[in-house]
Design a protein around this ligand. Structure first.
Ligand SMILES: [Mg+2]
Length: 176
């Protein structure tokens, strides 16, 4: 069985520019390349799991999101395909959720499809929805401080048993 990392995009891998539609605006968060390289070398399959409610709100299109993703992968410069699968949830928060985090649906389906060992899977992200999606799927959930919350902000949310890391690279350094 394989190990899996489910990774939020905005605020976790790249700076959260809020409804980013222009690939020129993509900026990697420091340490992400080394963290992803480490995870791959340890045998983790990588899955990108991103809520993009700007699509549902009509602020930008799926093509915009795909162009931003492509620019992110270009900047990462890691061997292709970097991600085994990608889920872009387009629903806005007032539309019925299908894959939108905190729904665990993508994680649950992916674990089954790729025969992942759920005791060796993590969801990593910068918002409560990321953490809840991981917990709802009964995998590990880890919080990073490169997006919505700093360490003090996460502390006020009091998510028991959820480790908080300064950034993805510090999380990746704990992987075995
Ligand atoms: Mg995020």
């Amino acid at each position: 069985m394989s190990k899996g990392l489910f990774l939020d995009r905005d605020g976790t891998l790249i700076l959260d520019k809020h409804y980013l539609a222009d690939p020129a605006g993509v900026e990697l968060i420091p340490g992400v390349v080394d963290g992803l390289r480490r995870a791959r070398s340890l045998g983790y399959k990588l899955f990108l799991f991103t809520n993009q409610s700007g699509i549902g709100r009509g602020l930008h299109t799926l093509d915009d999101v795909l162009r931003v993703n492509a620019r992110m992968e270009e900047l990462l410069g890691l061997p292709h395909p970097l991600f085994t699968d990608i889920c872009i949830a387009p629903e806005s928060s007032d539309q019925p959720p299908v894959y939108r985090k905190p729904s665990p649906r993508f994680i649950v389906e992916t674990i089954a499809r790729h025969s992942l060992d759920l005791t060796q899977c993590w969801m990593v992200g910068d918002r409560e929805g990321d953490i809840q999606a991981g917990l709802n799927a009964k995998i590990g959930a880890a919080a990073v401080c490169t997006g919505k919350y700093d360490a003090a902000g996460w502390a006020t949310l009091a998510l028991p048993g959820v480790p908080v890391f300064p950034s993805f690279s510090e999380f990746a350094a704990t992987l075995r």
